[in-house]
Write a protein that binds this ligand. Sequence first.
Ligand code: PHE
Length: 352
Amino acid sequence: MTVSLKSLIEGWEGIGVVSRYDQPTGSWIFIALHDDTLGMPTGGTRMKVYPSPALALQDAMRLAAGMTAKWAAVDLDFGGGKGVIAVPHILEGEERHGLLLRYGQLIESLNGSFGTGVDMGTTPEDMRVIKQATSRVHGVDPETGQTIDPGPFTARGVFAGMRAVVRQAFGTDDLTGRVVHIQGVGDVGAPLARMLKQAGARIVLSDLDTRRAESLAEALGNTEAFEPHTALEAPCDVYAPCAVGATLNAETIPELKCRAVVGSANNQLATREDADRLHERGILYGPDYIVNAGGAIAFGLRGRGIVDEQAIAQRIDGIDTSLTEILKESSASNESPVYAATRVVERKLGKK
Ligand code: PHE
């Protein structure tokens, strides 16, 4: 891959990128600020080992754009941004603590240009550390210091989105006996599996960490766990990517054995054309940023002083309604739901 920092920065239509090399740990930090039309750029912080700093920046940029769309789609007044910390290896203990504090100081120096929270590779506990250096953190109660994990909220939203997609694809949203393949059983995938199981679905699991998939399968009972490399061969009604992005691409789409794709991963499509590829195969796709907005809704509402659990749950369940509208529109125009979702976002951002 020939992506370079230079070409990425030159080609980006976002506000800008804050970059910093953390010398003590050898980590690259990128804060991508995509759009502030609706409010302060806000998005999670991802921590991961990347093959190169450029790929980390590229991830930050794509994820930040996804946040712009997500906030707009759910009508919350935040903008799109995302933090990526590209670590040389998984850091623990003092090293991790120091890095997070310095990262918090960097955010604090931006004076309200970026707010963050948990994302893949970071934990609610990490947010508590960052919070020591800056107030611009979601998911840590300022009074009690208690942390909030967005995972179960995101899972609730995916569940609501799945109902909408299943209803459109099969004519009924009864999940009894529907086979759902959850790829990635982390913070979102695991609670999602439990909710689906409760609703009567049959679950198939896969995870890069095979032991993690196996132990969840055992805990759920009557659930199969697949090796990651054979996972796509598992026939299912719904494929739910709940880990890294870009799992839907020119190579994987022809292999899919499902009727619908609905999951929590950000940036599931490798390229825009992959939306059409899915559509041509008759696979109904629930656009990622519509489906996975549950965590953002929970954090966004809390950030605006709405803490009532019921109110938050209701708003998350509303993903069913908004996605249903998008699916109806796309079915009428016989195109991928991605286009109708984009139109919703553009309307909210005042671009059309
Ligand atoms: N990282 C999650 C997401 O992408 C949750 C999150 C939302 C974290 C908003 C911070 C701010 O939606």
